[in-house]
Design a protein around this ligand. Structure first.
Ligand code: 5GP
Ligand code: MG
Ligand code: MG
Length: 183
């Protein structure tokens, strides 16, 4: 794995930077329209949602606040561990607030369904989810994101915040990795 040539490890580009930017701008417009006249708190799920949060927030012309949570459900590999832990909690008291959780991908839905019930217990005015990507398995979970960028096949993807062993988050496109990376 040559860290100097991160893009050469991508075997298949699913979404280019331009496609991602257009999609995120479109999601931002819908969100702005839906929350018109309401105060909105965006809650990003670290670390994967950093890119989508940055672009989503900057696509908006309204005031928004941003806060962050870090939860762990995956190990360092590609399989869910099934255990969710809070690594970093919100700094904001969300009681009475309109909360929009911003995430980059929903796979099994385990992390977000846990997170939503955790946030709901803090008595927010509302909690919804915006995710750039969603995989098929999530459809069988009680997680219903209000905003979904794209539904994708059940493949492990990297780029635009998504990592494999903490690498590839800085790729501007989203794609799948060449088999030699996992070897
Ligand atoms: P879930 O709990 O929905 O199964 O997974 C949630 C987290 O697992 C995501 O926020 C992300 O960090 C990680 N994850 C799930 N699918 C993928 C994937 O295809 N690629 C990468 N890089 N991470 C993923
Ligand atoms: Mg995430
Ligand atoms: Mg990861």
């Amino acid at each position: 794995m040559d860290a100097a040539h991160v893009e050469s490890d991508l075997v298949n580009v699913l979404f280019t930077e331009a496609e991602i930017q257009a999609k995120v701008a479109e999601m931002a417009q819908r969100i702005e329209a839906d929350y018109e006249g309401q105060e909105l708190l965006l809650v990003g799920v670290l670390r994967g949602a950093v890119m989508v949060m940055a672009d989503l927030a900057r696509s908006m012309t309204r005031h928004v606040e941003m806060d962050w949570m870090a939860v762990s459900s995956y190990g360092s590999g590609t399989k869910s561990s099934g255990v969710v832990r809070i690594l970093k909690d919100l700094d904001t008291d969300i009681a009475g607030r309109h909360v929009l959780v911003v995430d980059e991908i929903i796979d099994t839905g385990l992390t977000l369904s846990w997170l939503i019930s955790n946030l709901s217990s803090r008595n927010p005015a509302s909690v919804e989810i915006a995710t750039l990507l969603r995989k098929p398995e999530a459809l069988s979970m009680p997680v219903e994101p209000k905003y979904v960028g794209w539904d994708i096949p059940n493949e492990f993807v990297v780029g635009y915040g998504l990592d494999y062993q903490e690498r590839y988050r800085n790729l501007r496109d989203i794609g799948t990795l060449a088999p030699h990376v996992y070897a």
